[in-house]
Design a protein around this ligand. Structure first.
Ligand SMILES: [Zn+2]
Length: 121
C-alpha cells in the first residue's frame, strides 16, 4: 500500500521530527494515488503517539468533501516495525489497518497490521 511517493513523504516527516514518533493517515484518491497526511503527535510521552480528535476530524471532513478514502493509520517507531502492546490494543479498536514505519540507514522499513475493510480499492 505504500507507494514510492508515500514512502518519500514518510521519510521526510521522520527526518524532520528527529526522535519523536510521527503519525498520520494514508489517503487515496479515485485513481489510487496514495498520500501521507501528517497529523501532529500530541502524546506527552516519548516513544508513543496520539492524534487529536480535532486534527483527525478535519482530515475526515476533507476526505469526504474531496472523495478521498482513508486507507490506514500510520506511525513511526525509532527501533523497528513491531507493534507494541499499546499498539495491538488500539488496533483492535480501530476499523482501519495500521502501518508502522521505521527509518533505517538503508531506507524506510514498514509493516502493515490488519486488513482493509471489504470493498476497498
Ligand atoms: Zn507504536
Amino acid at each position: 500500500m505504500l507507494t514510492a511517493k508515500a514512502i518519500s513523504q514518510l521519510t521526510q516527516a521522520i527526518a524532520e521530527d528527529g526522535v519523536r514518533e510521527i503519525c498520520g493517515l494514508l489517503l487515496s484518491d479515485t485513481e489510487n494515488n496514495i498520500n501521507f497526511w501528517k497529523v501532529p503527535n500530541v502524546s506527552c510521552q516519548a516513544h508513543s503517539f496520539a492524534m487529536s480528535q480535532t486534527d483527525t476530524s478535519r482530515i475526515y471532513r476533507h476526505a469526504a468533501r474531496m472523495g478521498l478514502r482513508i486507507r490506514a493509520i500510520v506511525h513511526s517507531h525509532p527501533d523497528g516495525v513491531m507493534a507494541s502492546a499499546y499498539d495491538r490494543r488500539e488496533m483492535r479498536r480501530s476499523n482501519l489497518p495500521w502501518i508502522i514505519v521505521h527509518l533505517t540507514k538503508h531506507g524506510l522499513d514498514w509493516r502493515m497490521y490488519g486488513e482493509e475493510p471489504a470493498g476497498s480499492l
